[in-house]
Design a protein around this ligand. Structure first.
Ligand code: AP5
Length: 239
């Protein structure tokens, strides 16, 4: 039977689909829409959204050793070392809310991380094989998406001053809280992030393309249409 998740202020409650989607990987360049699509899929499937970028930013805000290291690397568009990120992901994936599945956003980002994840999932007999979704967006649109992004400091809702502005500038429609800009969302840092993506993360997409459960969706469409493509592709692959 479908259950109902609680809705944020101003939003309608959403029925969670009874299908168990299992582990889903959202892959794509900076600004491709991984976080935006994760929010849509969480509403539909009721499984957790696990973003390694968000986990690292939480470490940074808490001032942990990992967070201090991540802070400088993130602002240079470089990756945090694989072993540290793998350990962080292992802890999060061991939590009970991942039993029906989870959405991994921004992980794996290197072939070494993909090998680690494949091994970790293979060792969990109760877990479905992973479905990898690559969100493809034209390079020329990514910069506008990155430099225009603003995020609610309370609920994390993602806006864009050019493409999806809030009703009142600088204020979240749902929370009334201040919107913030990420320190790595500058044009200079975007160049470094794209170079890292091309050299280290693009091969990860080819790794999953070669496996049977892979889909590439066109991310240059309205958010709801991208979400519909992802949902129909994942449900077809799971059928
Ligand atoms: P992370 O936070 O993962 O950043 P990223 O991968 O660069 O991706 P973004 O969060 O920038 O973009 P997104 O695809 O989620 O797009 P969004 O939905 O927000 O990582 C940050 C850093 O942490 C890394 O650089 C690295 O240093 C470190 N790190 C993270 N993971 C790591 C790992 N595994 N290993 C090592 N280091 C790691 O959308 C962007 C904008 O576009 C928004 O404004 C949105 O409103 C808009 N938008 C989205 N979809 C649409 C649409 N369909 N139409 C129009 N506008 C849209």
């Amino acid at each position: 039977m479908a259950t109902v998740v609680s809705a944020a202020a101003g939003e309608q409650a959403v029925s969670v689909r009874p299908v168990a989607p299992g582990p889903i990987l959202l892959l794509g360049a900076p600004g491709a829409g991984k976080g935006t699509q994760s929010d849509e899929l969480v509403k539909l499937w009721g499984i957790p959204h696990i973003s390694t970028g968000n986990l690292l930013r939480a470490h940074r805000d808490q001032g942990t050793e990992l967070g201090k290291l991540a802070d400088s690397l993130m602002n240079e568009g470089k990756l945090v070392p694989d072993t540290l990120v793998n350990q962080m992901v292992a802890v999060r994936l061991s939590e009970p809310d991942t039993a029906r599945g989870f959405i991994l956003d921004g992980f794996p980002r290197t072939l070494a991380q993909a090998d680690w994840l494949d091994g970790w999932l293979a060792a969990r007999a109760d877990t479905l094989p992973v479905v990898a979704v690559s969100i493809k967006v034209d390079y020329t649109h990514l910069l506008q998406r990155i430099t225009g992004r603003r995020t609610c400091s309370v609920c994390g809702t993602i806006y864009n001053v050019f493409l999806k502005p809030p009703k009142v500038a600088g204020v979240c429609d749902l929370e009334g809280a201040a919107l913030v800009q990420r320190s790595d969302d500058t044009e200079l840092c975007f160049d470094g992030r794209m170079r890292t993506y091309e050299s280290l993360t693009a091969p990860v997409i080819e790794h999953y393309r070669a496996l049977s459960r892979f889909v590439e969706v066109n991310g240059d469409q309205p958010v709801a249409e991208v979400a519909a493509s992802i949902v129909s592709s994942v449900e077809r692959l799971r059928a």
